[in-house]
Design a protein around this ligand. Structure first.
Ligand SMILES: Nc1ncnc2c1ncn2[C@@H]1O[C@H](COP(=O)(O)OP(=O)(O)OP(=O)(O)O)[C@@H](O)[C@H]1O
Ligand SMILES: [Mg+2]
Length: 414
């Protein structure tokens, strides 16, 4: 169903708190109509990885069923999101000799293959090989080498790998519903496709998707992905802190977080209170909202400090004038933008999917950036199949095996 000549695209975002299957029809350039939506609470997924195969399979199956019912289409293949602390990334260079002739797609494929020759343990699977730029005979900054002359072609690639067993479990959850995973897409790369403007992508910006169980980062510079990371901390940790701090059941802590939560203690008036029923008391008790904000602030601050540490570790912290684009369900927390700005010391904006057409009632929320991003990703892939434009350069090398890569590059040739 996601075949290149069929303008229907499908994405399944398997998150820690929800599974979301979306079906869309591509309508013209860069636009699509959402035909089917299947949102299900997720079970058996923790910190982005499957911990209970049967439960996870069932959540995924229900989500797929709902999307099939609402779209009236049968789903046979889909792009699926991937996250979790088992994901890691490395930058690598690959060099090939050309001997002065014109560089063709096979040379590019060979260079990318050479870049993949970094030591990758057998228990890891390559998810993305993203080309960050080429160098021909020492001249760097080349975006599209095909058709140029040279003796020595060098590619700089960003390679994203994941634990093979974890990936296989996820694949099994999806294939149990008769749906083939056409490609896994790292969470922040899917979100980035939706929330970043072209200017931000070019200037340098970091996408930060804070969901229930993970915080995902992707750094974009000069229009390409330069660094990615996934940390296993998210909104569920805030809820757990509230439950422990106020001695409440987790479900109630979650409600209170959404209803009364605030990220900056100093901005909450000391007279503000709300009532809760704790484990020990029969009668409802009054809680100060400042106390709640105190608990929340400590955890959210930690999340941003970890993000900042990761950004600094990448070495690109000085190259992000456009700052951070924040998304994911936890970015709905009031006050989070101000706390993020304070901790990070650069501009922060909150983003969600915009200008959606079709069945979009629930989707205009930061929680669905990854889900919608999978559709954008699929759309770019199918568009790249029909004609080449500079924008597609991010995607065209983003496949994992060499044969797929070769056919990609062949399709991209004029
Ligand atoms: N109004 C709100 N205030 C604070 N937190 C919120 C609000 N609405 C949703 N959240 C939190 O957002 C989180 C879910 O976000 P999201 O749907 O992006 O996660 P996910 O994609 O399922 O998980 P992950 O990407 O981490 O695997 C939950 O922790 C939830 O409590
Ligand atoms: Mg998510």
């Amino acid at each position: 169903m996601t075949a290149m000549d069929e303008p229907i695209v499908v994405g399944i975002d398997i998150g820690t708190t929800k599974v979301c299957t979306l079906v869309a029809r591509v309508e013209g350039e860069h636009s699509m109509r959402i035909l089917g939506v299947g949102i299900e609470p997720s079970q058996g997924i923790r910190k982005g990885a499957v911990v209970d195969l049967a439960a996870a399979t069932q959540s995924v199956a229900r989500s797929i069923e709902k999307a099939e019912r609402s779209s009236g289409l049968e789903i046979t293949s889909a792009l699926v999101s991937l996250a979790g602390s088992h994901v890691s990334s490395v930058n690598s260079r690959g060099v090939v000799g050309i001997s002065g002739r014109v560089i063709d797609q096979d040379d590019v494929a060979r260079a990318l293959e050479a870049a993949q020759a970094v030591a990758i343990p057998h228990n890891r699977e390559i998810i993305h090989v993203i080309q960050r730029g080429f160098d021909i005979d020492g001249q760097d900054g080349i975006r599209m080498p095909i058709g140029m002359h040279g003796f020595r072609l060098e590619v700089e690639a960003h390679i994203i790998t994941a634990a093979a067993a974890t990936v296989e479990n996820l694949r099994q959850c999806v294939s149990a519903s008769g749906v083939e995973v056409s490609q896994f897409v790292l969470n922040p790369l899917a979100s980035g496709e939706v929330v970043l403007s072209e200017t931000e992508r070019q200037m340098g910006a970091v996408v930060c998707d804070i969901g229930g169980g993970t915080t995902d980062l992707a750094i974009y510079i000069d229009g390409d992905v330069w660094h990615t990371s996934v940390t296993a901390v998210g909104g569920n940790h805030i809820t757990a802190d509230i439950a422990a701090g106020l001695r409440l059941p987790v479900s109630q802590a979650e409600e209170i977080k959404k209803q009364h939560g605030f990220a900056v203690e100093g901005e909450v008036g000391s007279e503000e209170t709300f009532t809760v029923r704790t484990f020990s008391d029969d009668k409802p008790v009054q809680v100060s909202r400042k106390e709640l904000a105190h608990i929340i602030e400590a955890r959210v601050e930690e999340i941003f400090l970890l993000a900042l540490q990761e950004i600094k570790r990448s070495g690109y912290d000085g190259l992000l004038p456009a700052g951070m684009v924040l998304t994911g369900g936890t970015s709905l927390l009031p006050g989070i933008k101000s706390l993020a700005t304070q901790v990070l010391g650069f501009p922060v904006r909150i983003a969600k999917p915009e200008n959606l057409v079709g069945l979009t009632d629930q989707l205009a929320s930061p929680a669905f950036s990854t889900s919608v991003g999978l559709l954008y990703w699929a759309m770019l892939m199918s568009e790249a199949g029909s004609h080449f434009s500079g924008r597609d350069s991010r995607v065209k090398g983003a496949t994992m095996d060499l044969n797929t890569l070769k056919s990609w590059l062949k399709r991209l040739l004029p």
